[in-house]
Ligand binder design. Structure first.
Ligand code: FAD
Length: 549
């Protein structure tokens, strides 16, 4: 069930924009001090919440669903599962892209759907997709709405098809094949809890885990924090069922085949443009957290840490699961905001040459069978020593894991302080990684009062991802244009220096303009041909998605 459902007594824009349902986080005093210092701000700048979005939602665009169409949808899924009021249409009109949050704070909902429909079964999805295809009504499949790429907007109206209300159960845990078959609208925590009860884990833990779904993970081609060990979500999919305007596609759970293409892969990364995924079979893994080994290392420079990481992953002695490097900027922020800066231990590190402004943290876990976890961690420690890294215990990794999900709540209070804060990410080969890292920092340094942290968090034999988090004061009165210009310049910089458009957030409407230039015309034509076959009337998530029609 969508987490905002049931909380609608507060029908404000803020209710929609804020992350999660638990609490409103506050920026702690270390962070506030840092922001003041970096951006030359004072307490007076924070005297009241900036663009708080506390007004009640009111839409300018009326629902264009015809009464007969609404009646049909109600006859399929029940009146209570078809919503056309302003608040719900606004709630389902977006994800958590910074530009969307800004719109909400400015009391704008540019692309609302005409209705929100929550089908109760796969069969109802089949009926709805067939009807919408005949009536040329757009469908936007909706999971946890944690998209950060503008993938849920409805520029052509239509219906937001919410999978989370009812299509959200485990259908089968198969201990012989070691798989789980799960409905697409199931949220991460419910899936993981049930798997743990049976001695398994799903292995996929994005930072948005609390509020994202299996269908969304696959559709956006996501990666969890331990993807270096468990794989990206597309590595875990064994089979799926999708309802397209051209009919139902159901792939089978063979381990591997040579029967032409693996068609389930078409839907990994399709972002709802080909059809609605209703069910998925995933690999699962043994759940044995007691075996997990953890280690943090510190290096004197990013270059040294990256080179050591590359050697570790290419050594073939086994794979870590969580595998991260924070660059000097991110490391310094971590030290400052945790209160470590200036302590006795900090002074010792500095004396040993691990200096502020160049030192970097590396975090590693190895999970799985006890001997394996011990063996691989032993090798990792040896490699870290060879790379001139110093082991600093397991504590920093434990601390990081403990705040992993809660740090996602910080963006809202930062925006309340008038601070623009967004993230981008890319995949890059080892030979280009430092080039992209340097170019991105140089780009951000050109903006007065801007600050960026970068980390590596998903690691492969031939390269890794880079993850960028930038902070800068909003340009008041020109917030949206300023953000879009700055953001698009950063994407250009990443792509020009050898990075991909995305490694795991997906493309959506935000990155769609880069697709053709990046993939090439023929590749785009091929993708469009697949779309035309499965969705000849272009009803599935239309309007610029993935650079398609
Ligand atoms: C704070 C925060 C942290 C994040 N951290 C990570 C991270 O660590 N790793 C990561 O990979 N991503 C991360 N993301 C991005 C986002 O959480 C992922 O893209 C996630 O996989 C989206 O899942 P969802 O269920 O929320 O999908 P939604 O946001 O609802 O939808 C995403 C896309 O998938 C389509 N879709 C959803 N369900 C279906 C379905 N059943 N059938 C067909 N299409 C469907 C939608 O139409 C849309 O195009 C983060 C986002 C936030 C806000």
């Amino acid at each position: 069930m969508n987490y905002i459902r049931g909380m609608e007594r507060d029908k404000s824009y803020r209710q929609i924009l804020k992350w999660g349902d638990k609490r409103e986080a506050e920026v702690d005093h270390h962070m506030v001090a840092l922001i003041k210092e970096k951006f030359g701000l004072t307490d007076a700048d924070f005297s009241e919440k900036y663009l708080p979005g506390t007004e009640e939602v009111k839409l300018e665009k009326p629902s264009l669903l015809k009464p007969a169409q609404a009646e049909f949808l109600k006859s399929v899924s029940g009146g209570e599962n078809v919503l056309t009021d302003d608040f719900h249409r606004a709630q389902y009109s977006c994800g958590k892209f910074y530009g969307e949050l800004l719109d909400l704070r400015l009391n704008q909902v540019p692309d609302p759907p005409d209705a929100v429909v929550s089908p109760r079964s796969h069969d109802e999805v089949v009926k709805i997709v067939g009807f919408c295809n005949d009536e040329r009504i757009a469908i936007i499949p909706v999971g946890g709405q944690s998209s950060v790429t503008g993938a849920l907007r409805a520029p052509h109206g239509g219906i937001a098809l919410d999978l989370t209300e009812h299509i959200n159960r485990i259908l089968k845990i198969n201990s012989v094949n070691k798989t789980v078959t799960v409905q697409a609208g199931m949220y991460g925590p419910a899936l993981e809890e049930e798997l743990n009860r049976h001695g398994y884990t799903c292995g996929h833990f994005p930072q948005s885990f609390e509020y994202s779904t299996v269908g969304g993970w696959i559709s956006a081609r996501g990666a969890g924090q331990a993807s270096t060990g468990y794989g990206k979500i597309e590595d875990m999919v064994v089979a799926l069922t999708a309802v397209t305007p051209a009919g139902v596609i159901e792939t089978r759970d063979f381990p591997r085949t040579a029967q032409g293409w693996d068609l389930f892969r078409l839907f990994a990364g399709a972002e709802g443009t080909l059809g609605v995924i209703t069910g998925v079979t995933l690999h699962i893994f043994n759940h044995a957290p007691q075996n997990t080994t953890l280690a943090a290392f510190i290096f004197r420079s990013f270059e040294q840490a990256v080179e050591t990481m590359r050697r570790m992953i290419q050594s073939e002695y086994g794979r870590p699961h969580l595998f991260r490097i924070s660059d000097p900027e991110e490391t310094d922020i971590a030290f400052r905001t945790s209160g470590f800066d200036g302590t006795f231990a900090d002074r010792v590190l500095k004396r040993l040459g691990f200096k502020t402004g160049s030192r970097c943290l590396m975090f590693v876990t190895v999970e799985g069978e006890k001997d394996y976890a011990g063996f691989v961690m032993g090798k990792i420690k040896k490699s870290a020593r060879a790379g001139k890294g110093m082991y600093i215990g397991a504590g920093p990794v434990r601390k990081w894991l403990a705040q992993r999900y809660s740090s996602a709540y910080l963006r809202d209070p930062l925006m309340d302080l008038g601070i623009m804060s967004d993230t981008l990410e890319t995949a890059v080969t080892w030979e280009n990684l430092l080039k992209v890292w340097r170019a991105a920092h140089e780009y951000v340094r050109r903006r007065p009062k801007a600050f960026m942290m970068i980390h590596i968090s998903h690691v492969y034999e031939n390269g890794a991802n880079l993850y960028f988090t930038f902070l800068t004061p909003m340009e008041k009165g020109n917030e949206r244009k300023d953000f879009l210009q700055f953001h698009s310049g950063l994407v250009d910089t990443i792509v020009e220096h050898g990075g991909s458009i995305s490694h795991h957030h997906g493309v959506g409407r935000v990155l769609a303009p880069w697709m053709e230039g990046h993939l090439g015309r023929n590749s785009m034509e091929l993708m469009k041909a697949v779309k035309r076959h499965l969705d000849p009337n272009n009803i599935m998530n239309p309007g610029g998605m993935l650079g398609l029609l």
